[in-house]
Design a protein around this ligand. Structure first.
Ligand SMILES: NC(=O)c1ccc[n+]([C@@H]2O[C@H](COP(=O)([O-])OP(=O)(O)OC[C@H]3O[C@@H](n4cnc5c(N)ncnc54)[C@H](OP(=O)(O)O)[C@@H]3O)[C@@H](O)[C@H]2O)c1
Length: 185
């Protein structure tokens, strides 16, 4: 079985970005923590075989100074004909899918064991389809009042099982949850 994980940063009021997609509050908070602190991201990334990312998040991450995802294969979900930067052509492909199940079922017999899903809409769709096994949320000590959520489309509650909490000196708090599919049928 393929494991599907979410690894995300949120404001204390649960938003991943402002309504217009801006993550200035997250960037500013990150600038205040020591540059060697990655909140476990790189070790998480090493465990991942494939990233599935929404087009809007992809457009944001390619604007960063450096590519955060190393050589990990990435599928960007989009209905558009988007341009992939030449240096990423070997790792990044695009797909337009009718449902998360359709995509996941393609990997059930292949050498993909761990998928990282990212992007507000994409995470919402995978949660709604009850395909997410683990969520790591890093809470940034800030309230932004309104913004984009990663769970807004849920039609039914999802019960989480707490695995670990890490409190950082910077005031960031990281909580890791498992989603037991049997508890959520
Ligand atoms: N705080 C954090 O840790 C964190 C993490 C991730 C993202 N973010 C932020 O969240 C914002 C983006 O989130 P978002 O919810 O607006 O967008 P998103 O999920 O990144 O992207 C949504 C887009 O993905 C495409 N898409 C989704 N499902 C699809 C499907 N089944 N088939 C084809 N295409 C599909 C569509 O692109 P088309 O319109 O091209 O068809 C859709 O408009 C960004 O500002 C990003 O920086 C923050």
């Amino acid at each position: 079985m393929v494991k599907v994980s979410v690894f995300i940063g949120t404001s204390l009021d649960g938003f991943i970005a402002r309504e217009d997609g801006d993550i200035d509050w997250l960037d500013d908070a990150n600038k205040k923590v020591t540059s060697s602190e990655d909140f476990g991201f790189n070790s998480f990334l090493e465990s991942v075989d494939l990233i599935i990312m929404g087009r809007k998040t992809f457009e944001r991450v390619i604007s960063f100074d450096r590519w955060l995802y190393k050589e990990t294969k990435m599928i960007v979900l989009t209905s558009k004909d988007i341009q992939i930067p030449e240096k990423l052509e070997k790792t990044v492909t695009t797909r337009n899918i009718s449902s998360p199940q359709q995509l996941i079922s393609e990997f059930s017999n292949k050498s993909v064991n761990h998928i990282y899903v990212d992007g507000g809409i994409v995470i919402q769709d995978f949660l709604s389809a009850r395909l997410v096994d683990e969520i790591t949320v890093t809470i940034v000590p800030i309230l932004i009042g309104k913004g984009k959520s990663f769970s807004g489309l849920l039609s039914k509650d999802l019960i989480m099982h707490h695995l670990k909490t890490t409190v950082y000196d910077s005031g960031f708090v990281q909580i890791k949850y498992k989603i037991n599919k049997k508890n959520n049928e």
